[in-house]
Design a protein around this ligand. Sequence first.
Ligand code: ATP
Ligand code: SF4
Ligand code: MG
Length: 351
Amino acid sequence: MSQPAASASGAPVLEVRDLVTTFDTDAGRLTAVDGVSFTVHRGRTLGLVGESGCGKSTLVRLLARLLDASDGRIVFEGTDLAALPAATFARRPERAWVQMVFQDPTDSLNPRFTARDTIREPCTLLAGMGRKEADARVDEVATQVGLPLALLSRFPHQLSGGQKARVGIARALAPRPRLLILDEPTAALDVSVQAVVLQLLDTLRRDLGLTTLFVSHDLNVVRLLTDRVAVMYLGRVVEVGDSASVFAHAAHPYTRALLSAIPGHGPRIRLVGEVASPIDPPPQVCRFASRCPAVHDRCSREAPALAGAPGAPGAPGAGGAGALGAPAAHLAACHVARWGGAEPAAPAVAD
Ligand SMILES: Nc1ncnc2c1ncn2[C@@H]1O[C@H](COP(=O)(O)OP(=O)(O)OP(=O)(O)O)[C@@H](O)[C@H]1O
Ligand code: SF4
Ligand SMILES: [Mg+2]
């Protein structure tokens, strides 16, 4: 796999600003996505990483409008998708703009639909194609994803895992989305098939100039496949920046621990301490404080905001996550990372 040739230009395709979603549970209000902001530019791939339960799937489901946001904006080429009523969204043309490839191709395919029915459905329902045009599009996109046309008459149970994955990718691409979301697209596949499907996604991404949001636990794949990466912890983005910069100079203690799990990426940092509860989290406390090896008094008085990491080209306020225009190269939400590891002379210094 290789780095993409596309470069960021102009306004972002997607600008997510202060996005929040809560779930009412028996234990209280669970904040699954908590004030998340980032941008994605045309033809670029943003990776989304973080441990299980940090809110990655909830976030991408918000973007695809499969869930309602409690607050915030999802501005897609000037249109705030979060403001469109959920009840009517399925019938709106914007519904075709964002398409998702789900984790488990078996679960996400209708067992009563042939592969052709599955891929054709979004063409007619979302992209307004007539039957003949939609069938031609099915053939085109099946060819692009390497699915033999002879298999289009088969039902999911008559296909292998890799073939079902190709059907899921073809279905997502069929209505020509402006943003393709891949939520752990290979996690349910055999290891041997994973590499083939990842190679296919990388080829499609570059050949079709796709704008992509890629969720994965596989940090090596994220490093190879993405231009930028956002690291989530307990509903918040704690670090975002150019992938090369984040992987080489992680600023946030959580990112450092996460990356230390990659073989050959320095000594392993094992986190101790309890993960804080996502139920009614105190807003003034850093979410990572209970496990952070660098925790400081200030971390329980004032939750840090994303700002330029020391030594990185990005600077606070210089087109940071969520600002229009070119994104800052590297931002982290950590007081200590911003001090460069040393406590400032006056701890009350403004961020
Ligand atoms: N419908 C729901 N009702 C209540 N809580 C939910 C709901 N959906 C998700 N959550 C909670 O929101 C948090 C984020 O879940 P989410 O599935 O987004 O995590 P994730 O980062 O995708 O995890 P994984 O890597 O395991 O897929 C978790 O605490 C989860 O239990
Ligand atoms: S703000 Fe404090 S607790 Fe949070 S990550 Fe930085 S050093 Fe650790
Ligand atoms: Mg998930």
